[in-house]
Design a protein around this ligand. Structure first.
Ligand SMILES: Nc1nc2c(c(=O)[nH]1)N[C@H]1C(S)=C(S)[C@@H](COP(=O)(O)O)O[C@H]1N2
Ligand SMILES: [Mo]
Length: 422
């Protein structure tokens, strides 16, 4: 099998980079894109849904290559990516609506046509050793599973290494909004691998996206792809075609993406095109150059490729928010751990001198998050640092400092959240 199978089957309608023709109330990203898209995808594809927004007169932001509207109250654009504003999660439920869900794109969202799409499995880890294809219809005809899982970028919280710990890092300067929870429906990857005839000695898969090859610093790294151990694939990975009860939106991988619960977001390859199945360990730049821990605290040459996410908690308040003195505020937030269900969330409203338990509003589950709240009656005016700290059922707790790595992955420290009481 060639190394670059089948790009010809892509529908090459690209998202237009410019987004000027946008209504102030947050309509579709561009009229042109919407027209092109509607000719090629089911009318029910949520990529078409006008954004429900409270944007008021704020103009939606432009991110090159993202299809959906990015109203300023919900998103911060960072290069080709859109970070969700964590403070905007306060009026969402347990699931993150698509119109608030962060987008992490190495290049641009490809607008693909499910009718042309096929998934190809290939490699020496298949019994027949010849490629096996699945159409969209064939996948949809297989038994489906539905589950809630977070997608969280490995670099979520990265900017806090610098702002809170004074340490330099490279990569997108996310605050805490490169995470979202959705209800995914699709097919177990295990079922597809069995049908494709996976060999007993297969050890690694390499799923690859159909978005454009990633070029950075003049180097073409090829299409986004990253090895996935067969053991994880058989455990809980799904080939998702629905998100929150609708077909996957274009930006989130339409027509089919991987969802790799509890692992760093890069594992959940969007716009899945092919999967190599190998009897030997595989690599890609996403497992050798990136998504390993480099730096003083790590082995020379870097750690093993990172897999599981860590744990975090955050307030649903803007940094620098002003709260009125002398009345009770209901502080709210979320906490999540990729290791085990959340057990407790503690808050401090005096910079860490005293801690008390927050109320949990969801049943803790491993791959979800819990909403929490705590009342607070600030008396004195002036700057205050709010803190929150979660501990999970496996005994993991957020440390005061995260262990630095040069690419700023897996930030897990207690976040110091500045507010002003006035
Ligand atoms: N094909 C492809 N898959 C991809 C990416 C990408 O750029 N291309 N980005 C990855 C990264 S780094 C993350 S964090 C998640 C983000 O998923 P979302 O954009 O649906 O939130 O997708 C992953 N899958
Ligand atoms: Mo990511």
């Amino acid at each position: 099998m060639p190394n670059s199978p089948a790009p010809a089957r892509r529908s090459v309608l690209k998202v237009l980079a410019a987004v000027p023709a946008v209504s102030a109330l947050g309509g579709l990203a561009t009229a042109t894109t919407a027209t092109a898209a509607s000719a090629h995808a089911p009318a029910s594809a949520p990529g078409h849904a006008p954004a429900r927004t409270t944007a008021g007169s704020a103009a939606p932001l432009a991110a090159p290559g993202i299809v959906k509207a990015l109203p300023a109250p919900y998103f911060t654009v960072r290069g080709t990516n859109a970070e969700a504003r964590f403070d905007s999660f306060g009026d969402t439920g347990h699931l993150t609506p698509v119109d608030r869900f962060f987008v992490r794109n190495h290049t641009t969202t490809p607008v693909l046509d499910a009718a042309d799409w096929r998934l190809t499995l290939w490699g020496d880890g298949l019994h027949g050793r010849s490629p096996v294809h699945f159409t969209y219809g064939q996948l949809r005809d297989l038994p489906s599973v539905t589950r809630t899982a977070l997608i969280e970028c490995a670099g979520n919280g990265r900017s806090l290494y610098t702002s809170q710990q004074g340490e330099p890092v490279t990569g997108t300067s996310w605050t805490l909004g490169a995470v979202g929870a959705a209800r995914w429906r699709g097919v177990r990857l295990a079922d597809v691998l069995r049908r494709a005839g996976i060999a007993r000695d297969a050890v690694d898969l390499q799923p690859r996206g159909l978005d454009d090859p990633y070029v950075s610093g003049g180097i073409d790294y090829g299409r986004v792809r990253r090895p996935l151990p067969v053991a994880k694939a058989f455990d809980d990975v799904i080939l998702a075609y629905e998100m929150n009860g609708e077909p996957l939106p274009y930006d989130h991988g339409y027509p089919v993406r991987l969802v790799v619960p509890s692992w760093v977001g890069i594992a959940s390859v969007k716009w899945l095109g092919d999967i190599e199945v190998s009897t030997r360990p595989l690599t890609s730049p996403w497992s050798t150059d990136w998504y390993r821990l480099f730096g003083d605290a790590h082995p020379a040459g870097g750690s093993a490729p990172i897999s599981r996410q860590t744990l975090k908690s955050a307030y649903q308040l803007p940094f620098g928010a002003t709260l009125e003195a002398g009345r009770v505020h209901r502080l709210t937030g979320r906490a999540w751990s990729a290791h085990a269900p959340v057990r407790t969330v503690e808050v401090s409203t005096d910079g860490g001198a005293h801690w008390r338990r927050a109320h949990l509003h969801d049943t803790p589950r491993r791959d979800g998050w819990v909403r929490w709240s705590a009342p607070w009656l600030p008396r004195a005016t002036g700057p205050v640092t709010l803190l929150s700290r979660t501990t999970d059922a496996a005994g993991n707790t957020q440390p005061d400092r995260a262990v630095h790595n040069t690419q700023g992955y897996l930030f897990n420290a207690i976040v110091r959240h500045p507010v002003t009481v006035a």
